[in-house]
Write a protein that binds this ligand. Sequence first.
Ligand SMILES: [Zn+2]
Length: 475
Amino acid sequence: MQDRPKEKVLPPKADFSAWYHELIRRTLVDQRVPMTGFLVYKPLGYELFLNCMHILEDELAKTGHKKCYFPTLIPEHLLKREEHHIAGFSNEVFWVTHGGESKLEEKAALRPTSETIMYEMLKLWIRSWRDLPLKIHQSCSVFRYETKHTRPLIRDREILWNEAHTNHATAKEAAAQIDVGIKIYSELFRRLAIPVIWIDVVAGVFAGAEAAVEPYTIFPEGRVLEMGSVNNLGQRFSRVFDVKFKTEDGRDEYVYQTCYGVSERPLAAIVAVHGDDKGLVLPPEIAPTQAVIVPIPYEANKKKILNGARALKEKLKGFRIELDDREQITPGEKFYEWEMAGVPVRIEIGPKDLEKGGATLVRRDTGKKEFVKTDKIAARLEQMFVEIFKNMTDCAKRYHDSKIKAVKSIEDVKKAVTSDMLAQLAWCGELECAAKIEKAVDTPFIGKDHYQTTKGKCVGCGKPAKFLGYVGKMY
Ligand SMILES: [Zn+2]
């Protein structure tokens, strides 16, 4: 048998950027397409993304959001109507100018997000207080001509995402909806075993929003990745788009709105947070293949082993199981491939396993091996998935906590940031003070902790602190 041409060895995770790019190209996405900044999702990558989206869509459905779909093209006049909004996206919009050979009367944007086109329609749908709250969401792709360097699954020009938009009769209800949005995303990240810090953005909120809170996770390079955004729009858009309703006592009032979105970035987080030198490590709930059966046949009992493997696959129908019975590839090469693909459990069946009436289960997260009798494998797998998820959650949390450094001086902020940590500091709440800290350490002041506060003295000015601020490198 001729050897297949060998792919180069995966760089170690310590060489993060090289490891990340090589690993995702071999498993999830391929960016070698003729359009710079665009991606091809390979089967594993796309299925993994959809599995994450299904969790999200289920949570949205449970909390009363209805699914819908709006057009990809947004006429220029709509996009330009809200001044902060268009200012925020001015450098990022792809424009469609022609239909066939003829120039369009009005150019149209490939949606960078859907507020403008949605709210133009909501104006027609919302009439009275009885129509509220109205909560919709859509899974689609949005387009942003990023001028910064693109990076697959982190900064792409076509972004797969889900965006939710809610409409309320009062500011209080809209504020309460922000907590619902945070809870929905927190549940998603919990099930991906990705630890996050929720940060109130203090400058540069979503274009047109009054306030934004965003979930961040920390990558090995010490940079933080923003994985979504939950925005309180107040009445800014509803005033511009004339989304009004009749109150119970007959007055005309503008609706209060929120919007929140999460993109494919959680995939990047799954890779970066859980992956190791051998490749991806996927949480069992979202892994497209939860376990792979690899027969290890020897000439004399080849048939028997293959039959045993097939019978086992049949028994494990309730899981997402692959049987790798390719004859042209050695078991060792199969192990290598499936480990790189992050499959949570490998089930080996060799002559000894067959003799003892079972198989050897190998965990991807720890590498631990365990012999299990055939009739116990289904139950053991179920249990093992819970153990794997727990271990992945604990490891990720430990790592995350180890990357946060509580600091007491500007000097220490600098030290933390240069040693690839996220600096956590007491902050007075003044924007000028945040700007001063940011300038002194030449690193972004990201925002303040959404949940935790602190007393002590502000690291920037020495005045009494109210908030816990974060300074760190960002993607
Ligand atoms: Zn201060």
